[in-house]
Design a binder for this molecule. Structure first.
Ligand code: SF4
Length: 494
Protein backbone atom coordinates (compact mmCIF):
# COMPACT_ATOMS: atom_id res chain seq x y z
CA UNK A 1 0.00 0.00 0.00
CA UNK A 2 1.31 3.45 -0.85
CA UNK A 3 1.66 5.59 2.24
CA UNK A 4 -0.15 8.89 2.09
CA UNK A 5 2.16 11.83 2.35
CA UNK A 6 -0.44 14.51 2.84
CA UNK A 7 -0.55 16.65 5.93
CA UNK A 8 -3.54 18.07 7.68
CA UNK A 9 -4.57 21.44 6.36
CA UNK A 10 -6.21 22.39 9.62
CA UNK A 11 -3.23 23.01 11.83
CA UNK A 12 0.49 23.73 11.57
CA UNK A 13 2.79 20.82 12.23
CA UNK A 14 4.97 20.63 15.34
CA UNK A 15 8.18 21.65 13.55
CA UNK A 16 6.56 24.74 12.09
CA UNK A 17 5.18 25.72 15.48
CA UNK A 18 8.54 25.23 17.17
CA UNK A 19 10.33 27.28 14.51
CA UNK A 20 7.70 29.98 14.71
CA UNK A 21 8.28 30.31 18.44
CA UNK A 22 11.99 31.15 18.05
CA UNK A 23 12.74 34.81 18.04
CA UNK A 24 15.10 35.71 15.23
CA UNK A 25 15.78 39.35 14.47
CA UNK A 26 15.05 40.29 10.89
CA UNK A 27 12.74 37.32 10.37
CA UNK A 28 8.97 37.57 10.54
CA UNK A 29 6.69 34.59 10.89
CA UNK A 30 3.61 34.60 8.70
CA UNK A 31 0.58 33.29 10.55
CA UNK A 32 -1.85 33.66 7.67
CA UNK A 33 -1.91 29.92 7.03
CA UNK A 34 -0.72 26.78 8.80
CA UNK A 35 2.59 26.70 6.90
CA UNK A 36 3.87 29.47 9.23
CA UNK A 37 6.62 30.64 6.88
CA UNK A 38 9.60 32.36 8.48
CA UNK A 39 10.38 35.14 6.05
CA UNK A 40 13.68 36.96 5.84
CA UNK A 41 13.93 40.68 5.24
CA UNK A 42 13.02 41.57 1.66
CA UNK A 43 11.75 38.10 0.84
CA UNK A 44 8.36 36.50 0.43
CA UNK A 45 6.88 33.33 1.91
CA UNK A 46 6.12 30.08 0.13
CA UNK A 47 2.98 31.39 -1.53
CA UNK A 48 4.35 34.84 -2.48
CA UNK A 49 1.27 36.41 -0.95
CA UNK A 50 3.12 37.63 2.13
CA UNK A 51 6.53 39.15 2.45
CA UNK A 52 8.87 40.75 4.94
CA UNK A 53 8.89 44.46 4.08
CA UNK A 54 11.13 46.46 6.41
CA UNK A 55 10.62 43.90 9.14
CA UNK A 56 6.83 43.87 8.87
CA UNK A 57 4.65 41.05 7.61
CA UNK A 58 3.01 42.52 4.53
CA UNK A 59 0.39 41.29 2.10
CA UNK A 60 2.21 41.77 -1.20
CA UNK A 61 -0.79 42.33 -3.49
CA UNK A 62 -2.83 45.49 -3.06
CA UNK A 63 -6.31 45.37 -1.66
CA UNK A 64 -8.75 45.47 -4.58
CA UNK A 65 -11.64 47.89 -4.34
CA UNK A 66 -14.40 47.87 -6.93
CA UNK A 67 -15.39 51.36 -7.98
CA UNK A 68 -17.88 52.40 -10.61
CA UNK A 69 -15.83 55.54 -11.10
CA UNK A 70 -12.23 54.85 -10.00
CA UNK A 71 -11.01 58.39 -10.70
CA UNK A 72 -13.64 59.91 -8.43
CA UNK A 73 -12.80 57.51 -5.61
CA UNK A 74 -9.10 58.10 -6.09
CA UNK A 75 -9.68 61.81 -5.68
CA UNK A 76 -12.14 61.80 -2.79
CA UNK A 77 -10.72 58.79 -0.96
CA UNK A 78 -7.05 59.58 -1.20
CA UNK A 79 -7.50 63.28 -0.45
CA UNK A 80 -9.30 62.71 2.77
CA UNK A 81 -12.74 63.87 1.66
CA UNK A 82 -14.19 60.62 2.88
CA UNK A 83 -17.51 62.16 3.82
CA UNK A 84 -18.19 62.87 0.17
CA UNK A 85 -17.45 59.35 -0.99
CA UNK A 86 -20.29 57.82 -3.00
CA UNK A 87 -20.23 54.66 -0.86
CA UNK A 88 -22.93 53.07 -2.98
CA UNK A 89 -20.44 53.00 -5.84
CA UNK A 90 -17.53 51.54 -3.90
CA UNK A 91 -17.04 48.01 -2.64
CA UNK A 92 -14.06 46.69 -0.72
CA UNK A 93 -13.38 43.18 -2.01
CA UNK A 94 -11.34 40.56 -0.20
CA UNK A 95 -8.80 40.34 -3.03
CA UNK A 96 -5.48 41.21 -1.44
CA UNK A 97 -7.13 41.59 1.97
CA UNK A 98 -5.16 38.79 3.58
CA UNK A 99 -6.19 35.92 5.76
CA UNK A 100 -6.22 35.08 9.40
CA UNK A 101 -6.50 31.33 8.99
CA UNK A 102 -7.97 29.56 10.88
CA UNK A 103 -9.64 32.81 11.92
CA UNK A 104 -8.81 32.95 15.55
CA UNK A 105 -8.91 36.71 15.15
CA UNK A 106 -11.25 39.11 13.37
CA UNK A 107 -11.23 39.35 9.58
CA UNK A 108 -8.59 41.66 8.06
CA UNK A 109 -11.15 44.32 7.14
CA UNK A 110 -14.55 44.94 8.63
CA UNK A 111 -15.87 47.86 6.64
CA UNK A 112 -18.58 50.22 7.78
CA UNK A 113 -20.45 52.23 5.16
CA UNK A 114 -23.81 53.89 4.81
CA UNK A 115 -25.67 52.55 1.78
CA UNK A 116 -28.92 54.31 0.93
CA UNK A 117 -29.34 55.48 4.53
CA UNK A 118 -28.64 52.05 6.03
CA UNK A 119 -25.54 51.46 8.13
CA UNK A 120 -23.95 48.37 6.65
CA UNK A 121 -20.98 46.24 7.49
CA UNK A 122 -18.93 44.21 5.03
CA UNK A 123 -16.66 41.58 6.53
CA UNK A 124 -13.79 41.10 4.12
CA UNK A 125 -11.34 38.22 4.16
CA UNK A 126 -9.52 35.95 1.82
CA UNK A 127 -10.55 32.41 2.67
CA UNK A 128 -8.23 29.43 2.57
CA UNK A 129 -10.29 26.65 1.09
CA UNK A 130 -9.32 23.02 1.43
CA UNK A 131 -12.89 22.17 0.49
CA UNK A 132 -13.12 23.64 -2.96
CA UNK A 133 -13.11 22.76 -6.60
CA UNK A 134 -14.32 23.77 -10.02
CA UNK A 135 -17.37 22.76 -12.00
CA UNK A 136 -16.45 23.03 -15.66
CA UNK A 137 -19.01 23.11 -18.46
CA UNK A 138 -17.63 22.43 -21.92
CA UNK A 139 -20.01 23.21 -24.76
CA UNK A 140 -19.60 20.36 -27.22
CA UNK A 141 -21.41 17.44 -28.77
CA UNK A 142 -18.26 15.43 -28.84
CA UNK A 143 -17.79 12.61 -26.40
CA UNK A 144 -14.99 13.65 -24.06
CA UNK A 145 -14.98 10.54 -21.88
CA UNK A 146 -17.19 8.18 -19.94
CA UNK A 147 -19.06 9.45 -16.90
CA UNK A 148 -16.87 9.00 -13.81
CA UNK A 149 -13.69 8.73 -15.94
CA UNK A 150 -10.67 10.27 -14.27
CA UNK A 151 -9.52 13.69 -15.47
CA UNK A 152 -5.77 14.22 -15.28
CA UNK A 153 -3.46 17.20 -15.38
CA UNK A 154 0.23 16.63 -15.79
CA UNK A 155 -0.47 12.91 -15.29
CA UNK A 156 -2.12 13.35 -11.88
CA UNK A 157 -5.81 12.71 -11.17
CA UNK A 158 -7.47 16.06 -10.54
CA UNK A 159 -11.14 15.30 -11.06
CA UNK A 160 -13.66 13.30 -13.04
CA UNK A 161 -16.21 13.49 -15.82
CA UNK A 162 -19.67 14.04 -14.46
CA UNK A 163 -23.08 14.26 -16.17
CA UNK A 164 -23.56 15.39 -19.74
CA UNK A 165 -25.86 18.38 -19.85
CA UNK A 166 -27.75 20.03 -22.68
CA UNK A 167 -25.12 20.53 -25.37
CA UNK A 168 -22.33 20.32 -22.84
CA UNK A 169 -20.06 17.94 -21.01
CA UNK A 170 -19.41 18.62 -17.36
CA UNK A 171 -16.22 18.03 -15.40
CA UNK A 172 -15.81 18.16 -11.66
CA UNK A 173 -12.28 19.17 -10.69
CA UNK A 174 -10.50 19.41 -7.39
CA UNK A 175 -12.25 18.85 -4.10
CA UNK A 176 -10.71 17.92 -0.81
CA UNK A 177 -9.97 14.32 -1.79
CA UNK A 178 -7.67 15.32 -4.64
CA UNK A 179 -6.15 18.17 -2.62
CA UNK A 180 -5.44 16.18 0.52
CA UNK A 181 -6.39 12.53 0.04
CA UNK A 182 -3.80 11.35 -2.48
CA UNK A 183 -0.07 11.76 -2.91
CA UNK A 184 1.63 15.07 -2.26
CA UNK A 185 2.16 15.56 -6.00
CA UNK A 186 -1.53 14.92 -6.70
CA UNK A 187 -2.45 17.66 -4.24
CA UNK A 188 0.08 20.10 -5.66
CA UNK A 189 -0.94 19.50 -9.28
CA UNK A 190 -4.63 19.70 -8.38
CA UNK A 191 -4.06 23.01 -6.62
CA UNK A 192 -2.05 24.42 -9.54
CA UNK A 193 -4.72 23.33 -12.05
CA UNK A 194 -7.54 24.85 -10.03
CA UNK A 195 -5.59 28.05 -9.58
CA UNK A 196 -4.83 28.40 -13.29
CA UNK A 197 -8.43 27.85 -14.34
CA UNK A 198 -9.91 30.00 -11.57
CA UNK A 199 -7.69 32.90 -12.60
CA UNK A 200 -8.85 32.57 -16.20
CA UNK A 201 -5.78 30.80 -17.56
CA UNK A 202 -5.75 27.71 -19.77
CA UNK A 203 -5.15 24.18 -18.51
CA UNK A 204 -4.64 20.95 -20.42
CA UNK A 205 -6.78 18.10 -19.13
CA UNK A 206 -6.57 14.50 -20.29
CA UNK A 207 -9.49 12.15 -19.68
CA UNK A 208 -8.74 8.46 -19.15
CA UNK A 209 -10.00 6.62 -22.22
CA UNK A 210 -11.18 9.89 -23.74
CA UNK A 211 -10.07 13.21 -25.13
CA UNK A 212 -7.38 15.71 -24.25
CA UNK A 213 -8.85 19.17 -23.85
CA UNK A 214 -7.47 22.62 -23.37
CA UNK A 215 -9.91 24.45 -21.14
CA UNK A 216 -10.04 28.18 -20.41
CA UNK A 217 -12.98 30.06 -18.92
CA UNK A 218 -14.87 32.07 -21.51
CA UNK A 219 -12.94 30.54 -24.42
CA UNK A 220 -13.77 27.78 -26.90
CA UNK A 221 -12.49 24.34 -25.87
CA UNK A 222 -9.70 22.71 -27.86
CA UNK A 223 -10.56 19.01 -28.10
CA UNK A 224 -7.81 16.70 -29.31
CA UNK A 225 -6.31 19.68 -31.11
CA UNK A 226 -9.57 20.83 -32.76
CA UNK A 227 -11.21 24.04 -31.65
CA UNK A 228 -14.91 23.51 -30.93
CA UNK A 229 -17.00 26.13 -32.66
CA UNK A 230 -20.68 25.37 -32.22
CA UNK A 231 -22.88 24.43 -29.31
CA UNK A 232 -25.73 22.32 -30.67
CA UNK A 233 -29.10 23.88 -31.44
CA UNK A 234 -30.76 21.07 -29.50
CA UNK A 235 -30.85 17.29 -29.27
CA UNK A 236 -31.78 15.34 -32.39
CA UNK A 237 -35.45 15.32 -31.42
CA UNK A 238 -35.51 19.05 -30.65
CA UNK A 239 -33.79 19.82 -33.96
CA UNK A 240 -36.50 17.87 -35.77
CA UNK A 241 -39.15 19.90 -33.95
CA UNK A 242 -37.48 23.25 -34.67
CA UNK A 243 -36.98 22.73 -38.42
CA UNK A 244 -39.79 20.31 -39.37
CA UNK A 245 -41.93 22.91 -41.08
CA UNK A 246 -38.99 24.20 -43.10
CA UNK A 247 -38.16 20.72 -44.35
CA UNK A 248 -41.72 19.88 -45.34
CA UNK A 249 -42.02 19.53 -49.09
CA UNK A 250 -38.24 19.68 -49.61
CA UNK A 251 -37.26 16.33 -48.05
CA UNK A 252 -39.17 13.06 -47.58
CA UNK A 253 -37.20 12.06 -44.51
CA UNK A 254 -34.75 13.80 -42.20
CA UNK A 255 -32.64 11.99 -39.63
CA UNK A 256 -30.82 14.17 -37.08
CA UNK A 257 -27.93 12.11 -35.76
CA UNK A 258 -27.28 12.53 -32.05
CA UNK A 259 -25.43 10.39 -29.54
CA UNK A 260 -28.25 10.89 -27.05
CA UNK A 261 -31.56 11.26 -28.91
CA UNK A 262 -31.56 10.77 -32.68
CA UNK A 263 -34.63 12.20 -34.38
CA UNK A 264 -36.49 10.73 -37.38
CA UNK A 265 -38.84 13.29 -38.94
CA UNK A 266 -41.72 11.27 -40.41
CA UNK A 267 -42.06 9.11 -37.28
CA UNK A 268 -41.65 12.06 -34.93
CA UNK A 269 -44.60 13.94 -33.49
CA UNK A 270 -43.60 16.95 -35.59
CA UNK A 271 -43.76 14.96 -38.85
CA UNK A 272 -47.06 13.38 -37.89
CA UNK A 273 -48.49 16.76 -37.05
CA UNK A 274 -47.52 17.94 -40.54
CA UNK A 275 -49.15 14.83 -42.09
CA UNK A 276 -45.88 13.53 -43.53
CA UNK A 277 -45.89 10.13 -45.21
CA UNK A 278 -43.96 7.46 -43.23
CA UNK A 279 -40.69 6.78 -45.05
CA UNK A 280 -40.03 3.32 -43.61
CA UNK A 281 -36.38 4.02 -42.69
CA UNK A 282 -35.61 2.37 -39.36
CA UNK A 283 -32.50 3.50 -37.51
CA UNK A 284 -30.50 1.38 -35.10
CA UNK A 285 -30.71 1.74 -31.35
CA UNK A 286 -33.53 1.71 -28.83
CA UNK A 287 -36.74 3.46 -29.74
CA UNK A 288 -37.87 5.67 -26.89
CA UNK A 289 -40.99 7.28 -28.33
CA UNK A 290 -41.98 7.60 -32.01
CA UNK A 291 -39.17 9.23 -33.96
CA UNK A 292 -36.79 9.39 -30.98
CA UNK A 293 -33.97 6.82 -30.75
CA UNK A 294 -31.33 6.25 -28.09
CA UNK A 295 -27.91 4.62 -28.61
CA UNK A 296 -27.84 4.62 -32.42
CA UNK A 297 -24.03 4.34 -32.27
CA UNK A 298 -21.18 4.47 -29.80
CA UNK A 299 -20.15 7.86 -28.37
CA UNK A 300 -17.29 9.55 -30.20
CA UNK A 301 -15.91 12.66 -31.81
CA UNK A 302 -17.82 12.44 -35.11
CA UNK A 303 -21.45 13.00 -36.22
CA UNK A 304 -23.58 14.33 -33.36
CA UNK A 305 -21.16 13.12 -30.70
CA UNK A 306 -21.23 9.56 -32.04
CA UNK A 307 -18.32 7.60 -33.46
CA UNK A 308 -19.83 7.33 -36.95
CA UNK A 309 -18.31 8.98 -39.97
CA UNK A 310 -20.71 7.35 -42.46
CA UNK A 311 -24.25 8.33 -41.44
CA UNK A 312 -25.79 5.44 -43.36
CA UNK A 313 -24.20 3.14 -40.75
CA UNK A 314 -27.04 3.95 -38.36
CA UNK A 315 -29.77 2.76 -40.78
CA UNK A 316 -30.87 -0.70 -39.73
CA UNK A 317 -33.36 -1.43 -42.53
CA UNK A 318 -35.57 0.23 -45.11
CA UNK A 319 -39.11 -1.14 -45.26
CA UNK A 320 -40.06 -1.81 -48.93
CA UNK A 321 -43.74 -1.55 -48.07
CA UNK A 322 -43.30 2.06 -47.03
CA UNK A 323 -40.22 3.49 -48.77
CA UNK A 324 -40.17 4.31 -52.48
CA UNK A 325 -37.61 4.92 -55.23
CA UNK A 326 -36.69 8.58 -55.44
CA UNK A 327 -37.26 9.16 -51.68
CA UNK A 328 -35.18 12.18 -50.64
CA UNK A 329 -33.28 11.71 -47.40
CA UNK A 330 -31.35 14.32 -45.40
CA UNK A 331 -28.99 13.18 -42.69
CA UNK A 332 -27.62 15.94 -40.51
CA UNK A 333 -25.95 16.41 -37.12
CA UNK A 334 -27.22 18.53 -34.23
CA UNK A 335 -24.86 21.37 -35.10
CA UNK A 336 -25.24 21.17 -38.86
CA UNK A 337 -21.49 20.57 -39.15
CA UNK A 338 -22.16 17.22 -40.75
CA UNK A 339 -24.83 16.82 -43.42
CA UNK A 340 -25.43 14.51 -46.41
CA UNK A 341 -28.19 14.23 -48.98
CA UNK A 342 -29.31 10.89 -50.43
CA UNK A 343 -31.91 9.69 -52.91
CA UNK A 344 -33.20 6.09 -52.79
CA UNK A 345 -32.55 4.18 -56.03
CA UNK A 346 -34.86 1.55 -57.53
CA UNK A 347 -33.51 -1.04 -55.10
CA UNK A 348 -34.31 1.36 -52.23
CA UNK A 349 -30.62 1.88 -51.49
CA UNK A 350 -29.68 5.45 -50.49
CA UNK A 351 -27.30 7.01 -53.02
CA UNK A 352 -25.41 10.24 -52.38
CA UNK A 353 -26.67 13.16 -54.44
CA UNK A 354 -25.92 16.89 -54.66
CA UNK A 355 -27.71 18.70 -51.86
CA UNK A 356 -30.37 21.12 -53.14
CA UNK A 357 -29.76 24.76 -52.24
CA UNK A 358 -32.99 24.99 -50.24
CA UNK A 359 -31.88 22.09 -48.03
CA UNK A 360 -28.34 23.47 -47.72
CA UNK A 361 -29.86 26.74 -46.52
CA UNK A 362 -31.74 24.97 -43.72
CA UNK A 363 -28.61 23.09 -42.74
CA UNK A 364 -26.82 26.44 -42.60
CA UNK A 365 -29.63 27.75 -40.43
CA UNK A 366 -29.02 24.93 -37.94
CA UNK A 367 -25.46 26.20 -37.70
CA UNK A 368 -26.67 29.79 -37.40
CA UNK A 369 -28.84 28.81 -34.45
CA UNK A 370 -25.95 27.21 -32.61
CA UNK A 371 -24.35 29.41 -29.98
CA UNK A 372 -20.56 29.74 -29.75
CA UNK A 373 -19.04 26.83 -27.87
CA UNK A 374 -17.38 28.01 -24.67
CA UNK A 375 -15.85 26.68 -21.48
CA UNK A 376 -17.51 27.90 -18.29
CA UNK A 377 -15.72 27.59 -14.97
CA UNK A 378 -17.49 27.90 -11.64
CA UNK A 379 -15.52 27.94 -8.41
CA UNK A 380 -17.29 26.05 -5.65
CA UNK A 381 -16.27 26.16 -2.01
CA UNK A 382 -17.54 25.68 1.49
CA UNK A 383 -17.09 28.65 3.81
CA UNK A 384 -18.83 27.02 6.71
CA UNK A 385 -15.73 26.30 8.75
CA UNK A 386 -13.52 28.53 10.79
CA UNK A 387 -13.76 31.34 8.25
CA UNK A 388 -16.96 32.46 9.96
CA UNK A 389 -15.15 33.14 13.22
CA UNK A 390 -13.42 36.08 11.59
CA UNK A 391 -16.86 37.61 11.15
CA UNK A 392 -18.57 36.80 14.44
CA UNK A 393 -18.05 35.19 17.82
CA UNK A 394 -21.12 33.08 17.21
CA UNK A 395 -20.49 31.55 13.76
CA UNK A 396 -23.75 29.64 13.34
CA UNK A 397 -25.65 32.91 13.51
CA UNK A 398 -23.80 34.12 10.42
CA UNK A 399 -24.78 30.97 8.54
CA UNK A 400 -28.39 31.34 9.64
CA UNK A 401 -28.57 34.98 8.60
CA UNK A 402 -27.12 34.12 5.20
CA UNK A 403 -29.74 31.43 4.66
CA UNK A 404 -32.46 33.82 5.77
CA UNK A 405 -31.28 36.20 3.06
CA UNK A 406 -30.25 38.92 5.53
CA UNK A 407 -26.52 38.67 4.87
CA UNK A 408 -25.26 38.80 1.32
CA UNK A 409 -22.27 36.73 0.24
CA UNK A 410 -20.05 37.91 -2.60
CA UNK A 411 -16.72 36.71 -3.96
CA UNK A 412 -14.48 39.54 -5.06
CA UNK A 413 -17.69 41.57 -5.32
CA UNK A 414 -19.27 39.06 -7.71
CA UNK A 415 -22.64 37.52 -6.89
CA UNK A 416 -22.56 33.89 -5.76
CA UNK A 417 -25.07 31.08 -5.95
CA UNK A 418 -25.61 29.64 -2.47
CA UNK A 419 -26.51 26.04 -1.91
CA UNK A 420 -29.39 25.36 0.43
CA UNK A 421 -28.77 23.14 3.44
CA UNK A 422 -26.06 23.43 6.03
CA UNK A 423 -22.94 25.52 5.83
CA UNK A 424 -22.07 28.29 3.41
CA UNK A 425 -21.43 26.39 0.21
CA UNK A 426 -21.37 28.63 -2.83
CA UNK A 427 -20.49 28.79 -6.50
CA UNK A 428 -19.26 31.73 -8.52
CA UNK A 429 -18.47 32.26 -12.20
CA UNK A 430 -14.73 32.96 -12.24
CA UNK A 431 -15.05 35.38 -15.15
CA UNK A 432 -17.06 37.76 -12.94
CA UNK A 433 -14.22 38.36 -10.49
CA UNK A 434 -11.46 40.93 -11.04
CA UNK A 435 -8.23 39.61 -12.55
CA UNK A 436 -5.93 37.58 -10.33
CA UNK A 437 -8.58 37.09 -7.64
CA UNK A 438 -7.43 33.61 -6.60
CA UNK A 439 -4.27 32.52 -4.88
CA UNK A 440 -2.99 29.44 -3.13
CA UNK A 441 -1.08 28.21 -0.14
CA UNK A 442 1.13 25.15 -0.22
CA UNK A 443 -0.88 23.14 2.32
CA UNK A 444 -2.25 22.79 -0.56
CA UNK A 445 -5.41 24.86 -0.69
CA UNK A 446 -6.87 27.66 -2.76
CA UNK A 447 -7.23 31.20 -1.51
CA UNK A 448 -10.39 32.95 -2.64
CA UNK A 449 -11.97 36.26 -1.71
CA UNK A 450 -15.21 36.27 0.25
CA UNK A 451 -17.26 39.12 1.65
CA UNK A 452 -20.28 39.11 3.95
CA UNK A 453 -22.47 42.23 3.86
CA UNK A 454 -25.26 42.89 6.34
CA UNK A 455 -26.91 45.75 8.27
CA UNK A 456 -24.83 46.97 11.19
CA UNK A 457 -27.57 46.34 13.76
CA UNK A 458 -27.81 42.73 12.57
CA UNK A 459 -24.04 42.41 12.68
CA UNK A 460 -24.11 43.41 16.33
CA UNK A 461 -26.99 41.03 17.01
CA UNK A 462 -25.14 37.99 15.64
CA UNK A 463 -22.07 38.64 17.76
CA UNK A 464 -20.01 40.49 15.15
CA UNK A 465 -16.67 42.09 15.94
CA UNK A 466 -18.25 45.53 16.16
CA UNK A 467 -15.25 47.18 17.75
CA UNK A 468 -13.20 46.32 14.64
CA UNK A 469 -15.46 48.12 12.18
CA UNK A 470 -13.55 50.75 10.22
CA UNK A 471 -15.09 53.44 8.06
CA UNK A 472 -14.78 52.94 4.32
CA UNK A 473 -12.90 56.23 3.86
CA UNK A 474 -10.35 55.23 6.49
CA UNK A 475 -9.63 51.97 4.66
CA UNK A 476 -9.27 53.71 1.32
CA UNK A 477 -6.86 56.24 2.78
CA UNK A 478 -4.65 53.79 4.65
CA UNK A 479 -4.40 50.87 2.25
CA UNK A 480 -3.70 52.47 -1.16
CA UNK A 481 -6.01 50.01 -2.85
CA UNK A 482 -6.09 48.90 -6.45
CA UNK A 483 -9.25 50.54 -7.80
CA UNK A 484 -10.99 48.41 -10.38
CA UNK A 485 -14.18 48.98 -12.33
CA UNK A 486 -16.51 45.98 -12.20
CA UNK A 487 -16.04 43.47 -14.99
CA UNK A 488 -18.41 43.89 -17.91
CA UNK A 489 -21.62 42.04 -17.13
CA UNK A 490 -20.54 41.28 -13.56
CA UNK A 491 -22.83 43.87 -12.00
CA UNK A 492 -22.18 45.55 -8.66
CA UNK A 493 -22.88 44.21 -5.17
CA UNK A 494 -25.52 46.90 -4.65
S1 SF4 B 1 2.36 29.95 2.61
FE1 SF4 B 1 1.84 32.11 2.35
S2 SF4 B 1 0.13 32.49 3.75
FE2 SF4 B 1 1.07 30.54 4.35
S3 SF4 B 1 2.50 31.10 5.95
FE3 SF4 B 1 3.66 31.08 4.02
S4 SF4 B 1 3.57 33.21 3.27
FE4 SF4 B 1 2.02 32.99 4.88
Amino acid sequence: MTPHTHASTDAPDAAALAAAGKADPGIVTCDACPVLCRIRLGQTGACDRYGNVEGRLTRMDPLTVLAKNPEQVRFLGADGEGGLLPSREVFVTAIGAGTTYPDYKPAPFIVGAEIDGVDTVTVVSEGIFSYCGLKVKIDTDRHLGAECATVRADGEPVGHVTTAEYGSQMLSLGGVRHLTGGSKREGVVTCATLLALANGNAAELAIDGGATIIVQAGKAPLIDGTREVRMRVGCGSATIGIFAQQWQGLADEVIVVDDHITGVLTEHQAGRFLGMRPAGIRVRGRRSTPGRYFQVAAPGLAWGGTDITDPLAIIERIDPRLAWPGLRLLMVSTTGEHAAWFVLNDALVPEPAPMPDAIANIVARIGENCEPALCSVLFMAGAGGSLRAGATENPVRLTESIHRGETRVTAGGAPVMLWPGGGITYMVDVTRLPAGAFGHVPTPALVAPIEFTLPRRLYAAIGGHVSRIRPLADILQTTRPRLEPPRPGAGFPW
